[in-house]
Design a protein around this ligand. Structure first.
Ligand code: SAH
Length: 393
């Protein structure tokens, strides 16, 4: 840990959160994350551009154009698998700088009928990010529309993309004390500083109850649970009306683990999650095993079957889509950039880095064939001890 865990900055949002805690008591970790990321006035994703060299972190589409291009070709194949409908909603959740979709649309030009069919919908909560996306996409063959929520996107056959979107969804934490699980919370100590504390669990900890299998966990152990319910509900309602395919890529693990992954990044450096509310990006690793469980439970409840493909390691997914061939073509066409391209591709595929820490998972209407590049999930243990591996941002 290279940062000072004791450091607290009195950001405008820190003051607001402290006031709220003084009047209403400790705040759950999910409430704290939601405030830090989405507060109307001070939330990180309301006020920031976040992604890119001048932002706080770099993502795969910013590492190389090949990433977005492969996802564009993936989308074109999925459109064909749907029977090449005349109109297709291409929806991106959290498009960052718009780089992925710009690269995707450029690569997909080899299928002009696909380009002509596209209605492009961008779901983005940050106004500054929308501005950047507008500029990135101004030359692009398709005119985008912006939305606050996927629920506002018109119905119809849909291909949905989300790179590093699941990891911004708020996560609850639970901590074991004297043999009992309690909800981890953010409180204010006697010196007016934000600190972690914990409160009794109440009935709404159902999601945690379902995923919990670790009653043998030692005192002090922490577990995390993300409620994907609202997103899944939107996808299920959409799939009930028309064919749907969704692709999510994110860093995370494919088992339910003990340990916490909440992290804060500001200006490319890690810091303690309580240091700069509103000024730092807060994320958690995605629990793909629990995402799968929640998808199955939600689709069963709704009586609408959503099939799941993957998760696959990012290296495996991009390899199956032909990243090596595409990168070689690009290097041959641009010999002066060959060394940089090679470094960028190696970064996305690194066995100890993004290649395995990032995973791809697909959801689709059950009638569609399996989505390209994603193998069926392999059986994995429900609970593995040990803290999840660090992220590679
Ligand atoms: N997909 C991009 C950016 C990932 S960062 C890339 O790979 O580079 C997360 C993105 O989601 C940002 O664009 C952020 O502004 C947006 N975002 C965060 N929370 C959101 C929410 N609740 N609804 C819509 N967009 C959100």
């Amino acid at each position: 840990m290279s940062y000072d865990p004791e450091q607290r900055r009195d950001t405008a949002l820190a003051l607001k959160i402290k006031q709220q805690i003084a009047s209403k008591g400790p705040m759950s970790i999910a409430q704290f994350m939601r405030a830090c990321l989405q507060d109307e006035t001070y939330g990180y994703y309301r006020t920031r551009k976040a992604v890119g060299a001048a932002g706080d972190f770099i993502t795969a589409p910013e590492v190389t154009q090949v990433f977005g291009e492969l996802i564009g070709l993936w989308s074109a194949v999925v459109w064909q698998q749907m029977g090449a409908p005349e109109r297709i909603n291409l929806i991106e959740l959290g498009p960052g700088r718009g780089t992925l979709i710009a690269d995707a649309l450029r690569a997909a030009r080899i299928l002009p009928n696909f380009i002509q069919a596209i209605s492009l919908h961008l779901v983005e909560s940050s106004e500054p990010a929308r501005e950047v996306q507008r500029v990135t996409l101004q030359e692009c063959a398709v005119t985008p529309s912006w939305y606050d929520s996927i629920d506002d996107v018109p119905p119809g056959p849909s291909i949905i993309l989300g790179n590093e979107f699941l990891d911004v969804l708020p996560v609850e934490q639970f901590v074991k004390r004297d043999g009992q699980w309690r909800r981890r919370a953010v409180a204010v100590d006697g010196n007016e500083r934000l600190v972690f504390s914990d409160v009794a669990l109440n009935a709404d900890a159902q999601a945690f109850d379902q995923m919990r299998a670790a009653d043998s966990a030692a005192n002090g152990a922490i577990m995390e649970a993300c409620d994907f319910g609202a997103l899944l509900q939107s996808l299920i309602e959409r799939a009930a009306a028309a064919p749907l395919a969704a692709l999510f890529l994110d860093y995370g693990h494919d088992s339910t683990q003990i340990g916490e992954t909440l992290q804060a990044v500001r200006a490319h450096h890690y810091e303690h999650p309580l240091t700069s509310p509103g000024d730092a990006d807060l994320t958690c690793h995605v629990n793909f095993r629990d995402f799968t469980r929640q998808t199955n439970a939600a689709s069963e409840l709704a009586g609408i079957e959503l099939a799941i493909d993957g998760p696959s390691a990012q290296a495996q997914f991009l390899g199956a889509l032909g990243i090596i061939e595409r990168a070689s073509n690009l290097m041959n066409a641009n010999p002066e950039d060959a060394a940089d391209i090679e470094i960028a591709i190696a970064r996305l595929l690194a066995p100890q880095g993004m290649g395995t820490r990032f995973k791809a998972i697909g959801l689709r209407s059950a009638k569609l064939p399996p989505l390209p590049g994603l193998s069926s999930p392999a059986p994995v243990p429900i609970v593995a001890d040990g803290a999840p591996a660090g992220s590679n941002r």
